[in-house]
Design a binder for this molecule. Sequence first.
Ligand code: COA
Length: 241
Amino acid sequence: MDATEVFYCYTADINYNDMQKELGHILCHTEQERLSRFRFNKDKKSFLISHLLARIVLGRKLSINPKKISYLYTSSGKPYIKDNPVFFNMSNTAMMSSLIINKRYACGIDNEHINQNRDFMDIATNYFGINELEKLKKTEINRQAEYFYSLWALKEACLKCRGDGLNISPDKVQFVLAEKHIEALFTPSLNENISNWHFNLKKMEYNCLLATALKIPDAHNIEISYNKVTQSTLFNSYTNE
Ligand SMILES: CC(C)(COP(=O)(O)OP(=O)(O)OC[C@H]1O[C@@H](n2cnc3c(N)ncnc32)[C@H](O)[C@@H]1OP(=O)(O)O)[C@@H](O)C(=O)NCCC(=O)NCCS
């Protein structure tokens, strides 16, 4: 089955205390420890939600008890499931958490909140390619933040799909956004064939963007199903195990 599925929840719609009380025990010891180390409640909340989303959805898809999912990590930190070849990736911000799953092919996901107040031009100057930066500067002022976060989300999704994360510079893959088409350009040292890649970008609620990257040989007409997950879906999915 080559279907690609994305699951997402909006953090604001979820009550942290309910989740922690009812489902917090699903997280493994390492996750519990990481959770306890966050200083700010917003970080605790987004971590808890994204890790519950991943365990509950993966558990259901793979017919494993979510508590029994055991993650291993590549040397650059990308999680995978011990003894199971499924590909998945997760992302979280204060506004939303997301998960992508494909049973056969590598995938990456990144969600970003469009923050108008951040000094994104400074980040773009350091981490965007020359053409990307030029295009951003030429974008109408009131659309620049969205344009910046669109490129950033696509870069992260791509680098997370490869498993590099930000261990390599985001300017190694560059994007051009056309009306109905996303064009990517890899630096030759990454040794990638563009026809194997499929990128998607979606505007979500709460002023968020969701970018996905899939590495599938001769990728074309790839369909992705998007599934919104609410607090009650999480509760019901778990109690129905
Ligand atoms: C991966 C990375 C790009 C994530 O950036 P981010 O915008 O903060 O986070 P996102 O919410 O989009 O994604 C985080 C999730 O991506 C996954 N992830 C972590 N490293 C990854 C990698 N190299 N490739 C793909 N996915 C990765 C994890 O599931 C992580 O979730 P968790 O931190 O809650 O366990 C960034 O953390 C990174 O590159 N780190 C590499 C540098 C580093 O710290 N390396 C540590 C080596 S052990």
